[in-house]
Design a protein around this ligand. Structure first.
Ligand code: NAD
Ligand code: ZN
Length: 367
């Protein structure tokens, strides 16, 4: 049986992030959290729905702070604006925030992104802890120190690297997540597992129904495996050089689909799932074995994705070219060379992408 609590450490240029994952990770982390928060003012940032559902779960952590200031943030992407940061900084200053104050984010990836950015800039940077409450935030957004907010012209366009002191991922919190949110987070797990950790892929395949039912125990090794995979990549490449770009597998088309659909209709992870299916086509043309591609398609077929609406290949292509992850040098595709190994490919011709898009849009799960 897998242990109920997993501990990991992510070293980064300014220290290390302690990551505690498990059924009752909050209880397991309470002592070290207390040492971090004792005698300080603790700002607790969370959106109303999360506080309503899970507010009392935080009690074992926040009791240790000398003074607690709870501040509500807007729910979802609406929290990620410069205006919202301004409001938070003013509120923190007014409520006595100092250089040695602490900040805790309690919510999904949006809360962590805005809270991390607010902590990173306030008085030139205060220490913060993330308690992520979505699967996507536990396996992806909370790990790696990227924080930031959106501008009208694009998502995550203003931000900085500011690693949390701790990430406390309690899998019991995921029980209230809508199934579509769980599925969306699991796609990111599958993305990492396919390129970085084949045994993790096997575990997802074997336990998918329990994972989709938010079984807190079944989720522990999966959250831990995905975190460990992301930590390995980030530790090797803390400030986003090439290796970290492996995490972009499925995201080139995924981002374009989200943009083409106006960020409605598909959740991020659902768009990435389609992006993975598309990347498989380009990878097959470069030697990925048929069996490996079929395996990923079969797993994603069990995710019950919402169908893709009609889309224009040329528009998707233009959106991919404009994506901020495409650099001056042009589009770089992250493709699996084999199961467990990804490569960056820069020489995919426009004609090939458009032909593959035609075939993909006609039959997303086809070979
Ligand atoms: N910093 C990074 O490296 C990184 C990586 C990936 C994604 N992100 C960012 O993460 C964000 C997406 O994160 P997300 O998917 O967690 O979205 P989110 O924060 O908007 O949460 C999704 C929804 O789930 C609800 N929710 C949260 N916890 C819940 C719970 N336990 N039970 C029931 N409902 C709950 C929230 O209220 C919200 O409505 C995006 O802004 C994206 O840019 C950042
Ligand atoms: Zn993603």
């Amino acid at each position: 049986m897998s242990p109920a609590i997993e501990r990991q450490t992510l070293p980064h240029p300014r220290g290390a992030t302690d990551i505690v994952i498990g059924v009752d990770a909050i209880g397991a982390a309470a002592e070290s959290f207390a040492a971090w928060a004792a005698g300080r003012t603790l700002f607790v940032l969370s959106p109303a729905p999360v506080r309503r559902l899970h507010g009392p779960s935080l009690a074992p952590l926040i009791a240790a702070a000398e003074r607690r200031v709870e501040i509500e943030v807007p729910d979802g992407e609406a929290a990620k604006t410069v205006g919202e940061c301004h409001r938070l900084w003013e509120a923190m200053l007014e409520r006595g925030g100092k250089r040695d104050s602490r900040l805790l984010t309690f919510g999904g990836g949006t809360t962590g992104d805005v809270g991390g950015f607010v902590a990173g800039c306030f008085l030139r940077g205060i220490s913060y802890v993330q308690v992520p409450t979505t699967l996507l935030a536990q396996v992806d957004a909370a790990i790696g120190g990227k924080t930031g907010v959106d501008l009208e012209g694009g998502k995550n366009t203003v931000g900085l690297f500011h690693h949390p002191a701790m990430v406390i991922s309690d899998t019991r919190l995921l029980a209230t997540l809508p199934p579509a949110e769980l599925r969306s987070g699991l796609v990111e797990v599958v993305k990492m597992a396919f390129l970085l950790d084949p045994p993790l892929l096997e575990r997802v395949e074997a336990t998918l129904p329990a994972l989709l039912a938010a079984d807190a125990r079944a989720l522990v090794p999966v959250v831990a495996g995905a975190c460990a995979a992301k930590c390995r990549v980030v530790a090797a490449d803390p400030e986003e050089g090439d290796r970290r770009r492996l995490l972009n597998f499925g995201h080139t088309l995924g981002h374009a689909l989200e943009a083409a659909l106006g960020y409605r209709h598909l959740r991020h992870g659902e768009a990435v799932a389609y992006g993975l299916l598309f990347a498989l086509r380009l990878a097959r043309a470069r030697g990925l074995e048929a069996a490996a591609a079929a395996r990923l398609r079969a797993l994603l077929a069990r995710f019950d994705l919402p169908p893709l609406p009609a889309l224009e290949p040329r528009r998707l292509y233009d959106l991919m070219r404009r994506d901020k992850k495409a650099r001056e040098a042009g589009m770089v595709w992250v493709l699996p060379a084999t199961l467990g190994r990804g490569v960056m490919v820069g020489d995919v011709r426009r004609r090939e992408v458009l032909a593959a898009l035609d075939a993909f849009l006609a039959d997303p799960f086809g070979e």
